[in-house]
Design a binder for this molecule. Structure first.
Ligand SMILES: Cc1cc2nc3c(=O)[nH]c(=O)nc-3n(C[C@H](O)[C@H](O)[C@H](O)COP(=O)(O)O)c2cc1C
Length: 378
C-alpha cells in the first residue's frame, strides 16, 4: 500500500511516505538557499522520495525562527529556489516538491526579530521577550505574505506548498485558544480563530492559481491547558476540506506541553508507539472525508506504516529524522528493508549548523547495506 500513488489536488505523488518538513539550516543571512540544500533534495529524490516537503521557509522577515532558515519573502528569492527545483526535476522527474511556508509569530529568533508579534501578547515559556499583539493591518499583511510566498514557490517550479499550522508557529497560534485571546473578528469563537488559516488558503488560491497544490500541517491537539482540542481540530479539518485543501498532515504539541507529547520526542519508539499522532489523524480523517489525511511522528517500520494505511484508513504517513540517516529510505523500504535505521537520538534536532544525522557523524550508527541482506522479500 505504501508504494501506491496518491492524488494531492492537482499533483500525483508516487508513494505514501512523505518527507515531512525538516528545517535544513543551510540558508545564508538573507534566507537564500544554495548548493547544500540542492544536494539534500537531490539525495532524497535519487533515493526514491516522491513527495518532498522542504524545511519551513519564512514568508516575512518578521517570521524568521532561526538565522539559517530559508526564506521566500521577496521576489529575489525565486531564482535561487528555481535553480534547486530545476536540478531535482532534471535528474528525477518523479519527485514532487512542496515548499513549507511559515511565519514564526512569537516563536522567532531574537537576534533576527527583536519585537516578535503574535495574535495576543501571551508570553512564550522560556523567552525573555514578550510578543506584541498584532494589529488588524499586520494580520492582513501576513495573509498577503503567505499568498505572495505561494505565488513565488509556483514561479520557482514547486508542485505545491504546505502551510505550517502546527507546533505553535503563527497559524497555530491563531488556532490555539491558549495563545489567541483576541476578542475581535480573529479570536474567541473557534470559527474566528481558524479564520486566519482559511483566509490564507483562499488568498493563495486567488493569487497562485489552481495548478499549485496546497496542503496543511496542523496539530491534532496542543497538549497544553486551554489549548486546541481534537474536537476543534476536527471542525477545522472539516472547514479546510470544504474550502478544498489538498491534504492534511497531522502533528501535535506547542511549547509548554509535556515533552512526551512533543513531535520530536526522543528515544526509539516501541512498535506500538510508532506513529504517535495516529489516533488524532484517524479522527481528523473521519472529519475530512475524501481529503487525503496523513500523520507524521515516529514512523519507523514498514509494517506499521502499512497498517496505518490499510487498517486505520490514513492516506499517507510522513517522516523526518529517518530521512537524515537514510535519504534513500523509500528505495530501501521498497527493496524490503523492514525498518528505518534512525535511532531517534535527536542529535539532528539539538545540533547547530547544517542538518545532518549526528549519530552517523559520530560513528554511533551505521545504516545497513543497501539492499539489506536479511530483509524479507518485498
Ligand atoms: C531537525 C528537525 C527540524 C524540523 N523542522 C521542521 C520544520 O521546519 N517544519 C515542521 O513542520 N516540522 C519540522 N520538524 C518536525 C518533523 O517534521 C516531524 O514532524 C517530527 O520530527 C516527527 O517525525 P519523525 O519521528 O519522523 O522525525 C523538524 C524535526 C527535526 C528533527
Amino acid at each position: 500500500m505504501l508504494f501506491r500513488p496518491l492524488r494531492v489536488g492537482p499533483v500525483t505523488v508516487g508513494d505514501r511516505l512523505a518527507r515531512s518538513a525538516t528545517a535544513e539550516r543551510t540558508a545564508d543571512d538573507d534566507g537564500r538557499p544554495g548548493e547544500p540544500l540542492r544536494e539534500i533534495y537531490l539525495a532524497l529524490a535519487r533515493g526514491g522520495a516522491t513527495w518532498i516537503n522542504t524545511g519551513c521557509a519564512y514568508v516575512l522577515p518578521s517570521g524568521r525562527s532561526a538565522p539559517n532558515h530559508a526564506g521566500i519573502y521577496n521576489d529575489d528569492l525565486v531564482a535561487p529556489w528555481a535553480l534547486i527545483v530545476g536540478a531535482v526535476r532534471r535528474e528525477t522527474p518523479a519527485a514532487r516538491l512542496f515548499m513549507q511556508l511559515v511565519h514564526g509569530g512569537r516563536q522567532v529568533a531574537r537576534q533576527c526579530v527583536p519585537e516578535p508579534i503574535a495574535p495576543s501578547a501571551v508570553p512564550l515559556a522560556g523567552s525573555p521577550v514578550n510578543p506584541r499583539e498584532m494589529t488588524g493591518r499586520e494580520i492582513e499583511e501576513c495573509i498577503e505574505a503567505f499568498a505572495q510566498a505561494a505565488r513565488r514557490a509556483r514561479e520557482a517550479g514547486f508542485d505545491g506548498v504546505q502551510l505550517h499550522a502546527a507546533h505553535g508557529y503563527l497559524i497555530s497560534q491563531f488556532l490555539s485558544p491558549h495563545v489567541n485571546r483576541r476578542t475581535d473578528a480573529w479570536g474567541s469563537a473557534p470559527e474566528r480563530r481558524r479564520r486566519f488559516l482559511l483566509e490564507i488558503l483562499r488568498r493563495i488560491r486567488r493569487v497562485a492559481g489552481p495548478d499549485l497544490a496546497v496542503t496543511v500541517k496542523m496539530n491534532g491537539e496542543d497538549f497544553v491547558p486551554d489549548g486546541l482540542t481534537l474536537a476543534e481540530s476536527c471542525e477545522t479539518a472539516r472547514a479546510l476540506a470544504a474550502e478544498g485543501i489538498d491534504a492534511i498532515e497531522v502533528s501535535g504539541w506547542i511549547i509548554g506541553g509535556p515533552e512526551r507529547q512533543s513531535p520530536v520526542r526522543k528515544g526509539p519508539p516501541q512498535p506500538a508507539e510508532e506513529g504517535y499522532y495516529l489516533p488524532q489523524a484517524v479522527e481528523i480523517k473521519r472529519a475530512a472525508g475524501m481529503t487525503p489525511v496523513g500523520a507524521c511522528g515516529g514512523w519507523r517500520s514498514l509494517e506499521r506504516m502499512n497498517r496505518a494505511l490499510v487498517g486505520e484508513g490514513l492516506d499517507f504517513v510522513a517522516a523526518s529524522r529517518p530521512f537524515l540517516a537514510e535519504p534513500d529510505l523509500v528505495n530501501r523500504l521498497r527493496a524490503g528493508q523492514p525498518r528505518a535505521a534512525c535511532v531517534t537520538c535527536n542529535g539532528c534536532f539539538a545540533a547547530r549548523g547544517a542538518i545532518r544525522c549526528v549519530a552517523i557523524a559520530e560513528g554511533r550508527l551505521t545504516p545497513p547495506p543497501f539492499p539489506a541482506k536479511d530483509a524479507p522479500a518485498p
